[in-house]
Design a protein around this ligand. Structure first.
Ligand code: ADQ
Length: 488
């Protein structure tokens, strides 16, 4: 099994004198002013959940946008700070962006063009030429910070769709760097991608990487056929590689994962066990059966679709009325974008409607806590208390919530109902798999999961836990870096 220690020792051997840099838009730790004091906090995102344990194990430099109100106050002369703040293990190098840059690059091109383009969730992307200019400029800025932070021999590991142009800018300045980008979201099929006005610049930027990683083989194939249709490039389907303008890029699937041991340890901790007792009071609604969902509030996560399915479930199986509660936990993100504001209104409106329809006395079926950040033991306590976790993503690169839930299910109490359109569904085959657009099917899947015999739940959970243990986040990082090292 892969552990942080094993990853650290293997990386030391394999990396030799190469520096190790991770680069992402979102920083893993943010410093903000609160009540006149500077407070640091870990940020919430799938990317940070996955990569922070890797960086804590391996050390190195993480380059990211400094978004906190007090971020500038705490860095040294090189814009660096050691993190995690309570027991430093690696350096965080902050990149500063102006409001205009953040608006054009992050809220604009990244999240109103690339995000909807990559997810089949039926929101039309907006391609704004000015946003694209900001996007490319910010990618240059990131590249400058990377070049400034590293020597000639370095592995630069770019993260996600915010940084498609970085490899090109880096390689133009220093071709000896080994550069790879991991794409955390789905890659669309060629027919969807072809509408993008900036498609050549995007593909050119991505093909400057030595390796491109996606969660699943299907996304690798989508990428290869996109390249085949859009560029004069040699696509090698057998080796999964592209040669473009004399440069070869490997394209590989690496299904991302979680820190399994840490989740189990904290889920079993006395703090977590104690926190379970607080949940009924926190919900303020009596229940016998608790269904939980946890999401960043995003239209790709299928939250309104889940609420409609709960309505149908209670209509179709009235014996659960008065006993069943659906708790939607969440954190808000990208709320400056109007689609996200509308989504919050839609979720709240729907929940009110369904609650009004079924409310009896102090009971109602939907509890929304969509702007609630919980500390880790309390967060895992919710997983332990739940009878089932419902993941309803309309499209999701992986979905780490599903994997976290399986590992936190230390009492084998619950069951996972999982959207087929997540990367996780390719691995967690023992979950109850559903089409998130099919209201009727979700209603039936909830019933099936709630009524599943204990023995069957335990059997399925054990198989899923075994799979995640064998393919945890340290395994993932090792597979990835090992493939990169082979390129040297
Ligand atoms: P995300 O879209 O952010 O990630 P996901 O993988 O589910 O989606 O990760 C969300 C993370 O936020 C989880 O680790 C979860 O624990 C945390 N979280 C959510 N709500 C929380 C709350 N209220 N309190 C505390 N923590 C909370 C993107 C892609 C995914 C891909 C990941 C990693 O969209 O498909 O799995 O990157 O590659």
């Amino acid at each position: 099994m892969w552990t942080p220690e094993r990853l650290r020792d293997t990386m030391r051997q394999k990396l030799g004198d190469h520096q190790f840099l991770v680069v992402s838009n979102r920083e893993p730790y943010v410093h903000d002013y609160r009540g006149g004091q500077i407070r640091s906090q870990k940020t919430i995102s799938g990317l940070v959940t996955a990569l922070d344990p890797v960086m804590q194990a391996c050390g190195g430099i993480w380059v990211a946008f400094g978004s906190g109100s007090a971020d500038r106050e705490v860095v040294d002369g090189n814009d660096c700070i050691q993190v995690p703040p309570e027991h430093p293990r690696y350096a965080l190098r902050r990149v500063w962006l102006s409001k205009e840059e953040e608006s054009g690059y992050y809220y604009g091109y990244s999240n109103q063009a690339l995000w909807p383009l990559s997810h089949t969730a039926y929101r039309q992307p907006t391609f704004d030429a000015k946003d694209w200019e900001y996007y490319d400029e910010v990618n240059k800025k990131f590249s400058e910070a990377i070049l400034d932070s590293c020597r000639d021999r370095a592995f630069v590991w770019l993260q996600d769709y915010h940084l498609v142009r970085c490899a090109k800018h880096l390689k133009d300045r220093n071709s000896s760097l080994i550069v790879s980008l991991f794409w955390h979201i789905p890659w669309p099929n060629a027919e969807v991608f072809r509408i993008c006005p900036q498609k050549f610049d995007i593909l050119e930027g991505l093909l400057a990487n030595d390796m491109l990683g996606f969660h699943i083989l299907y996304h690798c194939h989508n990428f290869l056929s996109t390249v085949e249709q859009e560029l004069e490039a040699k696509v090698d389907w057998e080796e999964l590689a592209v040669t473009y303008q004399g440069h070869r890029t490997l394209v590989r699937p690496f299904p991302i994962s979680v820190d399994d041991d840490n989740i189990c340890r904290i889920a079993k901790s006395p703090e977590s066990t104690e926190a379970i007792k607080n949940i009924p009071a926190e919900l303020e609604v009596p229940f016998e059966y608790l269904t939980l969902s946890v999401d960043r509030v995003d239209y790709t996560k299928g939250i309104p679709e889940k609420i409609r399915a709960i309505d149908r479930f209670l209509e179709k199986y009235p014996e659960y009325q008065g006993k069943f509660v659906f708790l939607q936990l969440g954190v808000l993100s990208r709320i400056r974008i109007s689609t996200y504001k509308q989504l919050i209104d839609e979720i709240q409106g729907l929940a009110e409607e369904v609650n009004w329809k079924y409310r009896v006395g102090s009971w109602c079926p939907i509890v929304l806590m969509i702007n609630r950040r919980l500390d880790y033991p309390a967060y895992l306590a919710h997983y332990r208390a739940a009878d089932l976790l419902l993941v309803g993503s309309l499209h999701d690169g992986m979905n780490l919530v599903a994997k976290e839930y399986v590992m936190a299910n230390v009492d084998y109490k619950g069951m996972l109902v999982l959207s087929r359109f997540t990367g996780a569904a390719r691995e967690l085959k023992e979950a109850v798999l559903v089409n998130p657009y099919d209201t009727e099917a979700i209603a039936d899947a909830i019933k099936e999961a709630l009524e599943m015999p204990k023995k069957e739940k335990r059997r399925r959970m054990t198989l899923m836990q075994r799979n995640i243990r064998e393919h945890n986040i340290f395994w993932w990082a090792h597979e990835y870096i090992d493939s990169l090292i082979k390129l040297t």
